[in-house]
Design a binder for this molecule. Sequence first.
Ligand code: SF4
Ligand code: SF4
Length: 331
Amino acid sequence: MAISFRNIHYGGIIMNYACSSRCAHCLYACAPQRDKAYLDEATAERLLDALAAQGCMEVHIGGGEPFLQPEALIRFCRRLRQRGFSVDYVETNSSWATDEKRTRDICRRLREAGVHTLLLSISPYHLGYVPLARVKALMAACRDTGMEIFLWRREFWEELEAMGAGTHSRAEFEAKYGADYWRQFARRYGVGLGGRARETYQAGLPHKSAETVEKQPCRELFNTGHFHMDCYGYYIPSGCTGLGIAVEDLKALPTGKYPLIEALHAGGVAALHRLAKEKFGFTADPAGYIDGCHLCSHIREYLALDAHAACPELHPMDHYRQLRGEREDHR
Ligand code: SF4
Ligand code: SF4
């Protein structure tokens, strides 16, 4: 029987992967250097068709930084409303709130397009790029236009304010709050160890052999509880960044089209590892892996950038290029 992703019930739309920030805990490895693609109208219709076909009529909107193209964002929100969808919230890092009048105007037009809440992302990593003054400016614009706000995560506000005006580096946080600050932050925030977050945190974690971690179950891939759909027309499983499925294929993946997902479905990471070794010459890192998802990501990066495997689920390719580029920059 064909593999299917049915009963998707709640998800987000990734308008873009480009972002004004490059947070060290970013699961999607967003950055200013990412591909500038933004959800276009034709792709939007494909996503909305796929969502409506499964009865999923409420979404949130994120990125990247969706406000990098506010006009396209407003158009998309209008289209969502025309088609009977509701928007739970739009995420933003507030970096665009530089001009009071423009900020208020964008908030007002989004309200008119049916958006009632903005989720304002704040964290010590965000403060490396976006001063709290911008967040406060956006909060004021929201207040003036009747837009509700949701600070994510509110509990960090006081310690961010205590850093003073402007942006603040990781070293400045350590100087103020102690050398263990970032490790504690990961626990308090509940950082998911994928994408750039894995690069940030893996060095301090115990590693085990590929043969050990490959036995761990591959749970997130088929978890349809909190998925995303992106600006290229792909479904992105929760937590499995760098894997995607064209939205038209969700109800029944054409046999043979997605060989890596078929392997993961049939035998988890162990089956993916076997396929990568036998068909593509993959060699596991002798330094080991923190978990099965780490091994899975390493295999996929190898298949995408070294073996040039023609597997459409290696998506978006820019994800792999970005992470490898950052690793090489740090050498
Ligand atoms: S966490 Fe948010 S603000 Fe930070 S780089 Fe990722 S998308 Fe951008
Ligand atoms: S092993 Fe790979 S596909 Fe499975 S949950 Fe982890 S990252 Fe996702």
